[in-house]
Design a protein around this ligand. Structure first.
Ligand SMILES: C[S@@+](CC[C@H](N)C(=O)[O-])C[C@H]1O[C@@H](n2cnc3c(N)ncnc32)[C@H](O)[C@@H]1O
Length: 273
């Protein structure tokens, strides 16, 4: 496990993933019944843009930083910026909340976060970053194994974020196959599965696999900031949702062209299917 999210934090891919994550959380909170969030690959929770990693690899400068003072972004993006601003009270962009931090800051007292992080240092940092509360559970366990061990949640409703580092060559296929047994036990959960956009044919085949595994209601949102190539730097990402919340498609229809323009590095684009 060599991947460190601190080298990529706040980039175009985090912008897309975290804006969608917040929309899903807001949608779950429209009903009073408590919900659970399983974050299978949580990362360290809070990131400092002055850290050694972020200084050496300042991807955030072409991500969240470009949006920070944007005058009138679409609502999906305005909500995301507001959530990041809550971690930067003095107005200067220095701290970035990863997925478990965004989730905990948007939970009600009865809602629960189950965050899994296997890397010992990232896990220790995550424990320090998140509030010590009974409804915030940090596990040093394998996120793939957690899909079967922790689902369905006691609350019977909720969100599953699947955001692995894709260090293993077969991790995309593994994620698609992992959905089958999980959907049998927690078929009405909302799933947000993040994928790197490198090969369209590979993503098409794992989308087909996910559908074969039982994903029926789906929405896929892709954003790229420059020409996508199988090798080299990540220029785009793809979020695959199962049981997407009402209104998300329309919100993305407005936000994706905005993001492509705002975060462009040359030949940007977007896709919503
Ligand atoms: C892409 S990062 C997560 C970013 C985070 N979800 C966010 O949006 O802020 C992936 C994380 O998964 C961790 N990881 C790698 N393999 C894992 C496994 N099998 N189970 C749980 N965590 C794992 C890595 O240490 C890394 O911190």
């Amino acid at each position: 496990m060599n991947y460190r999210h601190a080298f990529h934090v706040g980039n175009h891919a985090d912008v897309l993933k975290h804006a969608i994550l917040l929309y899903c959380l807001d949608a779950l909170k429209k009903k009073p019944a408590p919900f659970a969030v399983l974050d299978t690959h949580a990362g360290r929770g809070l990131y400092d843009f002055l850290s050694d990693e972020a200084v050496r690899s300042p991807e955030w400068q072409d991500g969240i930083a470009r949006l920070w003072n944007w005058p009138d972004p679409p609502p999906l993006i305005a909500r995301y910026i507001e959530a990041v601003r809550a971690f930067n009270a003095d107005g200067d962009l220095r701290t970035y909340p990863g997925s478990p931090a965004l989730v905990t800051s948007n939970l009600r007292d009865d809602d629960v976060l189950m965050a899994c992080e296997l890397h010992p240092e990232e896990h220790a940092a995550l424990k320090r970053a998140l509030p010590r509360k009974a409804n915030v559970q940090v596990h040093a366990r394998d996120g793939w194994q957690a899909l079967s061990a922790l689902l369905p949640p006691a609350q019977k409703r909720g969100l599953v974020l699947i955001d692995p580092p894709y260090e293993e060559p077969d991790e995309l296929q593994r994620a698609a196959r992992a959905l089958g047994p999980v959907l049998k036990r927690f078929g009405h959960g909302v799933y947000l599965w993040w994928r790197p956009l490198k090969s369209e044919s590979l993503l098409k085949s794992v989308d087909a696999e996910a559908r074969a595994q039982g994903a029926k209601e789906t929405l896929r949102a892709d954003l790229w900031v420059d020409a996508v190539t199988p090798e080299g730097r990540l220029m785009g990402s793809s979020c695959f949702l199962i049981n997407p919340p009402f209104g998300l498609r329309e919100a993305l229809q407005e936000a994706l062209p905005f993001l492509a323009e705002a975060l462009t590095k040359g030949r940007p684009g977007w896709r919503l299917v």
